[in-house]
Structure formats: structure tokens, C-alpha cells
Design a binder for this molecule. Structure first.
Ligand code: HEM
Length: 439
């Protein structure tokens, strides 16, 4: 394992301006529409990948160290280093980094991701249990899939009325599903809650540069508690309240926030599937083959499409860790408090490791190729990996299958109809038309 190399000023500037700044500009906690459109126009992920590939070659795979103000940040470029950092969570590499703590405290001060080691020991098993992290199909999948079916049916009739689907209409439907799955049917139309969360997430984008709206954060907490104390069976909050009523409300804001990313991934997957007739047939055939069994189906191909969307266009732009004590790398010791970054778009599209780097290849999630690769981390990896992974794939694959059944075409979808796929796709700009000719 090579020792981290200190980048020279020109190299460090390139990493900051071409890799890190575009990620931060798009909004780590809630995307800024103007910036995501800008990122697509400039294909910022392509540039970021090129910069990191050049630096990896020049420094023979050594981790790249640079200064960010008073902080030292190390950008890793090899899967073995990704593994060391993620497997070494929460000690000596904590996910509760300085930046994340400041950002997430705006709306989820008790969230697992920013918890101390002592709180983590309690909150992680709680999250795993309620989200049923190790179950491909959640025990409450039936009411969850019913929520998807209901929302998809309403959306389908709206699409038949207008002949179109855009990202805003999709997001409204997605939030109905998220609210029902998380807080129960009574919450389905709670726009006030969605708006409050949106305001707090907007503040969180600015991390410690924005003052905290403690009153609004408390309001959100109480609103969630009101659903928790009168919880309807089948929702996540009901299961959470049953398990531990004190821990439950503090964890729910993260679940609501994180579901947003799944909506973006589903919409991008839909855009590719509806631009490629063969893919659409495969998604529909997969759903048909699984229909009629007992309880909601697993939909392996639909899940693989959502995973592939997350590989190609990761929604967690960088996975970050801080070291809690000095760590030694190839003979060099870095002090406690060093930041580590795994830039997802670089690892997920690395042509030196992946022959399908820029191609649509859901089958690589089914035949085990992608599972063996520590560089593919849409849901992170190791002891702090996403406990919501299976739940997300369940809800997203069922919605994808239902929307694939609509006769939709991706507008201006030529660039998604064939490989290589674009490095950056602004999901907020995606649009679909009913019954138009294939691209
Ligand atoms: C497409 C959707 C999602 C993606 C891509 C995703 C990805 C991730 C990633 C990369 C992490 C690790 C972050 C880090 O290390 O800084 C994470 C953590 C987490 N996710 Fe997700 N997530 C998604 C949706 C969800 C949902 C819907 C839930 C809950 C319902 C959830 C619950 C969590 C929790 C509780 C953690 C913290 C884990 C820990 O710190 O031990 N996620 N997620």
C-alpha cells in the first residue's frame, strides 16, 4: 500500500476546482436545480474522472493528500484503500465527519450517520432492525407496494391526461410513496412536512455557514412524533415506535431525506429503460415472471436497473470519513482528524477496472461481478453501509416496473438510448412523452 502523497499546489487546485467544488456546488444534502443543470451541461463528472485518473497514474495509486483550509483531506484512488477506510468504520474512520455533523445537524441532530461511537452502538442495530437491512423483501412489503401501486395508478391517469411526465410530477408522486411508507397513509399528502424538510435541507447544504433553525427542526421532530404515537401498522414509524419510542423520531428525518435519492435513481433508470425498447421488455418480463407469487415480488432485474442507475449516476457524490486517531499508510502516519474521501463518480466509471464503465449493464449486478468490487459503493460498504439498501430497491423497483408499463418515451433520449452513457445526467431535467416514437 503506497504512502499518501502531498499534491503540489497546481494539482491540489485541480482537485479542488474540478472534482470537489462541482460536487459541493450541486448541493450535498438537497440538489440545487440550477447547479445540476450546469453540471450536466459541463459533464462535470467526466472532468473529475479524468483529473483523478491522471493523478492516480502519476502517483502510482498513492492516496492524494491536500490541504483544505486547516484540514488535511486524502482522496483515495484504489479499491483497497476504499476497503480499508470503509471497513475501518467507525474506528478509526468515523462517518460522523466534521462537515457531515455540521450539515446534518440542521434537520437530524440525532441521526445515526453523525452519531458518536456510543450512540452508534445503540442506533445502528435499531436502524437495521426497523429497516430490516438483511431482508431483500421487507416484512411490511405488502403495504409498501400497495402505496407504490396507488401512487403509480394516480400518476398513470395524470399522464394519460397530459401526455407527459416531468421530474416535478414524478417527485410529487415519489413523496406520496415515501410519506406513506415511512409515516403511514395519513401522512401521504403532508406537504407541510415536505416543505419544512426542504427548508432545513437547503440550510444543511451550507453546513456550518448557515445558522440553525432550531424551532423548525423541533417542529419537524414533533410532527414525526405525532405520526409515531398514533402509528398505523405497516409503516416504518410504527415499527420504529414499537421497538423504541425514544429513539424512533430522531432517526426518521434521515429516512425521509435519503428516500429522495432513491427517487432520482428511479427516474434516471426509467429514462434509460424508456429510451431502450429491449430494456423495457426485460423489466416488464421480469415483473410478469414474478407476478402471482405469495406477497410482493423481488423483481431482480428492476432492482439491478436501479443499482445500475446509482452506479452510473451516484446520488452520494462522495463517501467521507474522518480518522479518530493517527493512521499509518505505507509507512507514513497521518494525524487524527484527517478527512478521507471516496469520490463515487470516479470509482463507479473507472475504465481501468470496469469493462462496462460507461455502459448500461444491469446484469453485472446479477452475476456477482459488481459485488466483488470495493470501488462500487452506491450504498457505501462496511459496518456503516446503508441499512436502507434493500428497502430502497424494493420500493424503487416496483415503481420502475409500473412506470415501465406506461407507453412513455424519454424526450431527447438519444444520448440514453446507446452506450457510452453521459457522465452527468440532471434528473431534474428529464421529461417523457406518451406514445412518441422510440429514439
Ligand atoms: C438511493 C437511495 C439511497 C442511497 C444511494 C443511500 C446511500 C447511502 C450511503 C452511501 C450511506 C453511507 C453514507 C456515508 O458513509 O457517509 C448511507 C447511510 C445510511 N442510509 Fe442510505 N441511501 C439511500 C436511501 C436510504 C433510505 C431510504 C434509508 C432509510 C429508509 C437509508 C438509511 C440510511 C442510514 C440510517 C444510514 C446511516 C448508516 C450508518 O451511519 O451506519 N438510506 N446511505
Amino acid at each position: 500500500m503506497p504512502a499518501p502523497v502531498d499534491l503540489g499546489p497546481a494539482e491540489a487546485t485541480r482537485v479542488v476546482t474540478r472534482v470537489l467544488a462541482p460536487l459541493a456546488a450541486q448541493g450535498a444534502i438537497v440538489r440545487r436545480p440550477r447547479m445540476t443543470a450546469w453540471a450536466e451541461r459541463h459533464q462535470t463528472d467526466r472532468t473529475a474522472r479524468a483529473v483523478l485518473m491522471r493523478l492516480r497514474a502519476r502517483h502510482h495509486g498513492a492516496p492524494l493528500a491536500l490541504r483544505l483550509g486547516t484540514r488535511r483531506l486524502v482522496v483515495v484512488t484504489e479499491p483497497d484503500d476504499v476497503r480499508r477506510v470503509l471497513d475501518g468504520t467507525p474506528e478509526p474512520f468515523t462517518p460522523a465527519t466534521k462537515e457531515k455533523r455540521a450539515a446534518l445537524a440542521h434537520f437530524q441532530p440525532e441521526g445515526l450517520l453523525i452519531s458518536s461511537a456510543a450512540d452508534r452502538a445503540r442506533r445502528r442495530p435499531f436502524n437495521e432492525a426497523v429497516l430490516q437491512a438483511d431482508q431483500p423483501v421487507h416484512g411490511d412489503a405488502e403495504p409498501m407496494v400497495r402505496a407504490v401501486e396507488r401512487a403509480a395508478a394516480t400518476l398513470a391517469s395524470a399522464i394519460r391526461g397530459t401526455g407527459r411526465l416531468d421530474a416535478t410530477t414524478f417527485a410529487d408522486t415519489w413523496w406520496q410513496i415515501v410519506l406513506e411508507v415511512t409515516l403511514g397513509p395519513r401522512a401521504r399528502a403532508d406537504q407541510e412536512l415536505v416543505d419544512a424538510l426542504g427548508v432545513l435541507r437547503g440550510d444543511a447544504n451550507w453546513s456550518y455557514l448557515h445558522p440553525r433553525r432550531r424551532e423548525l427542526c423541533r417542529w419537524l421532530h414533533h410532527r414525526i412524533e405525532s405520526y409515531a404515537t398514533t402509528a398505523e401498522p405497516g409503516s416504518l414509524v410504527a415499527a420504529a415506535h414499537d421497538r423504541d419510542p425514544d429513539t424512533a423520531p430522531g432517526q426518521v428525518p434521515h429516512w425521509l431525506f435519503a428516500f429522495d435519492a432513491a427517487g432520482a435513481a428511479t427516474l434516471r433508470a426509467l429514462a434509460v429503460v424508456q429510451a431502450r425498447p429491449g430494456e423495457r421488455d426485460r423489466v416488464l418480463a421480469g415483473a410478469e415472471a414474478e407476478a402471482g407469487g405469495e406477497g410482493p415480488a423481488l423483481l431482480p432485474y428492476g432492482r439491478a436497473c436501479v443499482l445500475e442507475s446509482l452506479r452510473l449516476w451516484p446520488t452520494t457524490l462522495a463517501v467521507l470519513r474522518d480518522s479518530t486517531r493517527p493512521t499509518t499508510w505505507g509507512g507514513r502516519t497521518l494525524p487524527a482528524g484527517t478527512g478521507f474521501a471516496v469520490v463515487s463518480a470516479f470509482f463507479h466509471r473507472d475504465p481501468e477496472r470496469l469493462e462496462h464503465a460507461d455502459a448500461w449493464a444491469p446484469e453485472a449486478w446479477l452475476d456477482g461481478r459488481n459485488d466483488a468490487d470495493w470501488g462500487l459503493v452506491p450504498f457505501s460498504g462496511g459496518p456503516a453501509s446503508c441499512p436502507g439498501r434493500n428497502l430502497v430497491l424494493l420500493v424503487a423497483s416496483h415503481l420502475l416496473a409500473r412506470l415501465a408499463a406506461q407507453d412513455l418515451r424519454t424526450e431527447r433520449g438519444e444520448h440514453l438510448a446507446r452506450d457510452p452513457l453521459p457522465a452527468t445526467v440532471d434528473h431534474l431535467g428529464l421529461r417523457f412523452r406518451l406514445g412518441a416514437p422510440w429514439a
